[in-house]
Design a protein around this ligand. Structure first.
Ligand code: MLT
Length: 249
């Protein structure tokens, strides 16, 4: 198994020019998109449709009024200001996605980086949305499916590297890389960063740019500790070619 890691969102456009047909992409957006998606699926959501634009989310809901809308811009729930209740049902805090609110529902989500990162992996042999919350289950799935090429994708924040995503990628490298596994320099870098932070992961995540931003917003500060939990969900989130994220069978 060869493990490569994309550390920066600036590398994402180049994915469209790569042949990913033999590659399993694992997308991390720890604060908070992939943490939120695995939480919603754990709580019984039927599916999550990641879209890049707010207009696309609104159009999908117009087609299917039963769809729920979720997402953020600048970390806050999207308010379109349109009449007729077009406002979004959820922001992007995993704590909003309770079983009562999401069970059996299809949720359309658009976030600043996470949904774009997922959609940038279109065409890959397999696309996973992973987080610290379901790290071991995701690693076990990758091992079981015996992928030879694994690309870990750090969604980042805006055009910048997100430290928390790199830590999660490093943790995944740590789980997947057997002694002789060939890993890229970026994967080695992520693994070393994780090795230095693993003793107090919550503090490391809270010290990131995104972590500090969320900790400064009273209504969102608890998201940091929530997203820093490790292996609390035994589920794998996969996005087949139809672009819909679901719990793997
Ligand atoms: C993102 O997708 O960039 C993040 O999830 C943003 C956020 O949740 O604040």
């Amino acid at each position: 198994m060869h493990i490569d890691t994309i550390l920066s969102p600036l590398e994402l456009p180049a994915l469209a020019r790569r042949d990913l047909r033999g590659t399993a992409c694992v997308v991390f957006d720890i604060l908070r998109a992939t943490s939120t998606f695995v939480t919603a699926l754990h709580h019984g959501a039927a599916a999550i449709i990641p879209v890049n634009e707010i207009a696309k989310a609104l159009a999908l809901r117009k087609e299917k009024p039963e769809f729920l809308l979720a997402g953020e811009r600048d970390g806050l729930r999207i308010r379109t200001g349109q009449s007729g209740g077009a406002d979004f049902d959820f922001g992007n805090s995993p704590r909003e996605f309770t079983p009562e609110r999401v069970r059996g529902k299809t949720i359309v989500s658009t976030t600043t980086n996470g949904t774009r990162a997922l959609n940038s992996c279109a065409g890959a042999r397999q696309v996973l949305a992973a987080a610290f919350l379901n790290l071991a289950a995701s690693a076990e799935f990758i091992r079981r499916e015996n992928f030879t090429e694994v690309l870990l994708v750090c969604a980042g924040t805006g055009d910048s590297v997100a430290q928390e995503d790199v830590l999660a990628a490093g943790a995944m490298v740590d789980l997947l890389a057997a002694a002789r596994s060939p890993v890229s320099d970026s994967s080695k870098t992520a693994r070393q960063m994780y090795g230095q932070a693993r003793a107090n992961l919550t503090a490391a995540i809270g010290g990131s740019q995104n972590g500090r931003r969320l900790l400064g917003l009273p209504e969102l500060s608890d998201d940091v500790a929530f997203c820093a939990q490790v292996d609390v969900f035994n589920l794998v989130a996969v996005m087949p070619a139809d672009g819909t994220l679901r719990r793997a069978a």
